[in-house]
Design a protein around this ligand. Structure first.
Ligand SMILES: [Zn+2]
Ligand SMILES: [Zn+2]
Length: 293
């Protein structure tokens, strides 16, 4: 595991921001968000695993993620509190996210249950909350930030049930989310993906697009930086990119969640070259429609 706890990530981010005297608004926002998520994670505690080893084996074999909406066992009062704190945090940075609609600026905005379910299952989100039109990407980002403490807590207790050699799919074995970062491991340079929603790491092919699934070698390429530490994998078929770090080229301890946000320069490069971040393409989800086979 190269993903750290919220506390570890927060501590490292604080140290780094002090040392670099970095005043980036985005990192300031991110630090605030981590604080909310760390607190919620403590309140959630260690959850009971959503399912047993035999059931998990069957799901992995049939390509079905280990957590479904009903199994998440959400504490709704706590979830609504976290949702309020998260929307307040987003609203403080209109320069980054645009103006937050009125319905979300109420003292206690409500996150409807069917919206959480739709988001988790990758379905199209209802486009209004309390009659307000809300930008879909903003809404997704807010729901994702709210649900993250529950998903990462469940992921921690379930990840040992994932047979990495058997999964190797384009979506997360725990929550069904898309990857938004990758790494090449120290041992063999195998490529792993990092879930954008629950931080689970899973093994994946090096020569396959994690978004559209093409294996056409002519459509796949990567750019590396001068030190060979970072890579930008791009796909000509679906015009997406995914950022990656090559752990064979670093001695220092890496926290992937932090790498994800410290590499905004790579995002800039990718987009300048005409590619889009793949994880925002919900339509790329290819989860089987019903459980079992
Ligand atoms: Zn996940
Ligand atoms: Zn592709």
């Amino acid at each position: 595991m190269t993903a750290g706890t919220y506390g570890e990530v927060l501590k490292r981010l604080e140290e780094w921001r002090k040392k670099e005297e970095c005043s980036s608004r985005f990192l300031e926002f991110y630090q605030r968000l981590l604080g909310i998520q760390a607190k919620a994670t403590k309140q959630i505690g260690k959850p009971k695993p959503a399912l047993k080893s035999k059931a998990s084996h069957e799901r992995i074999e049939s390509g079905w993620p280990l957590i479904s909406f009903d199994e998440l066992d959400l504490d709704w009062p706590l979830l609504q509190d976290v949702f309020t704190e998260v929307t307040v945090a987003f609203a403080k940075y209109p320069d980054l996210f645009g103006e937050i609609p009125k319905s979300l600026r109420e003292p206690r905005p409500t996150l409807p249950e069917e919206m959480v379910k739709a988001w988790l299952e990758g379905a199209k989100l209802p486009s209004t909350i309390a009659g307000d039109n809300i930008d879909e990407h903003l809404l997704e980002a807010i729901i994702q930030a709210t649900l993250r403490p529950w998903l990462t807590s469940q992921a921690k207790v379930l990840v040992s049930l994932v047979n990495q050699e058997r999964w190797r799919r384009r979506y997360c074995p725990i929550c069904g989310g898309s990857p938004d970062f990758a790494f090449l491991d120290k041992e063999r340079g195998s490529r792993w993906l990092l879930c954008s929603r629950c931080d689970t790491e899973w093994l994946f092919q090096r020569l396959e697009c994690p978004y559209c699934g093409t294996k056409d070698q002519n459509a796949l390429a990567y750019f590396a930086d001068d030190e060979g530490l970072y890579r930008l994998y791009v796909c000509e078929q679906c015009h997406t990119y995914i950022k990656a770090i090559d752990l064979r080229h670093t001695e220092s301890e890496v926290l992937l969640q932090l790498e994800r946000v410290m590499t905004l320069d790579l995002d800039r490069q990718g987009q300048e070259k005409g590619y889009q971040p793949g994880y925002s393409r919900i339509s790329s989800r290819v989860i089987p429609q019903s459980e079992g086979s």
